[in-house]
Write a protein that binds this ligand. Structure first.
Ligand code: ATP
Length: 310
């Protein structure tokens, strides 16, 4: 269709769960419109992210790639008696590329991706959360190899000792579903969080989220790569990436993207306003933007470093 966005065009066609499964979930079938809605809410895009778009440590990359290799090639597991990883918990500061990494892996291994946030599951109606979650897991099973990402899992599955009834219920539903598909290969559940300490401890039990991987703020070498990735624009010339990396300690990948984009934006805005072609941009332009924001805010995430670039 002419008006479809790129994302919609790249949505994966999902296979419906087997009829038996549908009967189990929908009972009399009166809710078929409901599961169509869920199917369309949870993003099942085919990502176009690659590892070339991400600055990340080789060790983390290798570890994740191996888990996905086992997911798409279960013979590897059978041959050596390994068990498939059921769940991966990626934790670390905001904007370090946790979601991006899983998108790159889903793309690399052609895995069906379900991206879920609290808004997709939360409901005030009795039983609706269970239904949504069951449908989600049924679709994941029917479309293996597949990955379900729970974005900000600390909000979806908070520590039950500190929460109210409704939130406790979602945690139980997630646990039930994770245990329920124990014998099914081909599905991995990924949770991402900035607040590992707020997650319900039951999720961390072996057999559920058994791989816990920290994605820290990028080190100097990784920042260099991230600047390179985000300065691919034609207007950036002769950029000294090493210098930029030295001057940007404490920034996340998302912060770096923000700085680079802000410089580009103000350059193009001025050019449009003055009705001329935009200037080329050099290392000093980015350094100026970096200095401006570090002076204003303090250059650490511990200070709740949030950039304001204008
Ligand atoms: P949050 O914890 O807040 O959800 P996150 O760790 O999942 O954040 P992403 O959503 O994956 O972070 O990243 C946000 C954006 O920041 C990405 O789309 C990308 O443009 C940029 N970015 C973050 N980390 C990196 C990285 N390591 N390399 C390149 N770009 C990055």
């Amino acid at each position: 269709m002419e008006y479809m966005s790129d994302e919609l065009k790249r949505r994966r066609r999902l296979i419906d769960p087997p009829d038996v499964e549908k009967e189990k979930i929908y009972g009399d079938g009166g809710r078929s419109g409901y599961w169509e809605r869920i199917k369309n809410t949870v993003v099942t895009e085919i990502p176009n992210t690659t590892f070339g778009d991400i600055g990340c440590s080789t060790q983390v990359k290798r570890e994740l790639i191996f888990i996905f290799q086992c997911l798409v090639n279960p013979f590897l597991l059978k041959k050596y008696g390994l068990k498939q990883t059921r769940g991966i918990l990626l934790h670390g500061p905001s904007g370090t590329g946790k979601t991006l990494l899983i998108k790159a892996l889903a793309n690399m291994f052609n895995v069906t991706l379900f991206l879920v946030s609290l808004a997709d599951i939360a409901s005030k109606w009795q039983g609706e959360q269970e239904l949504t979650m069951n449908i989600l897991f049924s679709y994941a099973k029917a479309n293996i190899p597949s990955v379900i990402i729970f974005d900000e899992i600390d909000v979806i599955c908070p520590d039950r000792r500190k929460t109210q009834d409704a939130e406790q219920k979602i945690v139980s539903i997630v646990l039930q579903n994770m245990d329920g598909f124990k014998n099914l290969d081909g599905v991995i559940v990924v949770g991402t969080t900035n607040l590992l300490q707020n997650i319900d401890i039951a999720l961390l039990r072996p057999g559920r989220f058994d791989k816990i991987i920290e994605i820290p703020l990028p080190d100097q070498e990784t920042r260099e790569k991230i600047f390179e990735i985000h300065c691919r624009n034609k207007l950036y010339k002769e950029i000294d990436y090493r210098l930029l990396a030295e001057k940007s300690e404490g920034l996340s990948g998302a912060d770096i993207e923000g700085v680079v984009q802000s410089v580009l934006q103000s350059n193009i805005r001025t050019a449009v306003y003055e009705n001329r072609e935009p200037d080329n941009l050099y290392t000093e332009d980015i350094i100026k933007a970096l200095l401006k924001c570090t002076q204003r805010t303090g250059n650490t995430h511990e200070n709740h470093f949030r950039l304001s670039y204008t």
